[in-house]
Design a protein around this ligand. Structure first.
Ligand SMILES: *Cc1c(COP(=O)(O)O)cnc(C)c1O
Length: 385
């Protein structure tokens, strides 16, 4: 459908950026200190406080954060890490970087690992569990920890800033939580990530490791007028965030509560309207927490004969930019050689779910149009088959 009077395309997502971010970035440029410095340190303090952690270490991405988390846990060749296949590929890739083997565990209808699926996957070589708060829906971390006593649990919280788990922010009490500030997430710094935790010694080691393993940071050396000479006690990485990014992140963080509130209101409206479309079921809060609705996904019920791709094509033709649901790493060629148990829920969710538009400025009119077109797409195919 390409009509001259076609309504404008409704994007699946759109970051919320304003003049304040632009001004903060310009100020950093004017200051002359554009690499990791005071803005990064302030962003770390403010973000860690917001997610209920003792401290944070800002990094270049969530992918590098996940790699560093597994690295400091000593994960390496011959080890196994329990991980969901249902996630963005970066989660499983982080395990591969260390030389360890990802052991895929199935998820439940919320898209998250469960205590039972984790317990079944843990074995004598398990060095860590890497769980995901999928699309912002909090996983039940305390219950999963009980299912793998003695095994550290790393939380891939890339999508979960502002989500709530057992009445605390996701991240509070985490062994290690990894965050993303890619524009697909609620808060963005262009690219960027963070690790948060409550262990001061671990935070200090993470700070060194992200900066080539230097015993003295560039900022500390600068403050000393060059009098401090660094040593390199272990092999590190360049996983730093810049002050330009951090300045933007600090402004973004002030918007977090408002972003989550708006997304939850829009999601509630979707839920209302979708009661008229019983052919799909939509993501909801789990019993143990509240999602930030990082993504609003729906699952086509088994009774719907339409392929998910056909529904997406119909939505695209109607000017609605939807997306396939969450991917599954074990179905990708890069993972063809990795053994895995049956993953029936993962496969159903990845093949039958789609992400509907949800962003701060989505209007009531647009939201109604999305639901109308979804209903039409689902039913048109039903009749046609
Ligand atoms: C986006 C995402 C990542 C990767 O984040 P980057 O900051 O782009 O590296 C990792 N895990 C999950 C679950 C994600 O959604």
């Amino acid at each position: 459908m390409t009509r001259a009077d076609a309504p404008p395309v409704i994007p699946v997502m759109r970051p919320l950026l304003g003049a304040e971010e632009a001004a903060a970035v310009a100020e950093v440029v004017r200051s002359g200190w554009v690499a990791q410095g005071p803005q990064v340190a302030a962003f770390e303090r403010e973000f860690a406080a917001a997610v209920g952690a003792v401290g944070g270490v800002a990094l270049s991405s969530c992918t590098t954060a996940l790699h560093l988390a597994l690295h400091v846990l000593g994960v390496g060749a011959g080890d196994e890490v329990v991980v969901p296949s249902l996630s963005f590929i970066a989660t499983a890739n982080a395990v591969r970087y260390t030389g360890a083997r990802p052991v895929f565990a199935d998820v439940d209808a919320t898209g998250n690992l469960t205590p039972a699926s984790v317990a079944a996957a843990v074995g004598p070589r398990t060095r860590a569990v890497l769980l995901v708060h999928q699309a912002g829906v909090p996983a039940d971390v305390p219950a999963i920890r009980l299912a793998c006593p003695g095994v550290p649990v790393v939380e891939d919280a890339a999508c979960a800033a502002g989500s709530v788990l057992h009445d605390r922010p996701v991240g509070a009490g985490a062994h290690l939580a990894a965050w993303s500030f890619h524009p697909r997430k609620l808060l963005t710094t262009g690219e960027g990530g963070m690790l948060t935790c409550d262990d001061e010694a671990l935070l200090a080691r993470l700070r060194r490791l992200r900066e080539h393993g230097m015993s003295v940071s560039a900022a500390e050396r600068h403050a000393s007028g060059g009098a401090l000479v660094e040593t390199y006690d272990e092999v590190g990485f360049n996983y730093r965030m810049t002050d330009i990014q951090a300045a933007m992140g600090r402004v973004q963080l002030t918007r977090l509560a408002g972003i989550v509130e708006r997304r939850r209101a829009l999601a509630a409206r979707y839920h209302d309207l979708l009661t008229a479309v019983p052919e799909v079921s939509a993501v909801r809060d789990p019993a143990h927490g509240r999602t930030n609705y990082q993504s609003f996904w729906v699952l086509l019920d088994d009774g719907v004969p339409a392929e998910r791709g056909a529904v997406l094509a119909d939505l695209a033709a109607a000017g609605i930019s939807a997306r396939r649901g969450i991917m599954a790493a074990h179905l990708e060629p890069a993972y063809a050689g990795i053994r895995h148990p049956p993953l029936p829920v993962t496969e159903r969710l990845t093949r039958r779910s789609l992400v509907l538009p949800l962003h701060h400025d989505l209007s009531e009119h647009e939201l109604v149009r999305v639901v109308d077109e979804l209903a039409r797409a689902v039913r048109a195919r039903r009749v046609a088959s």
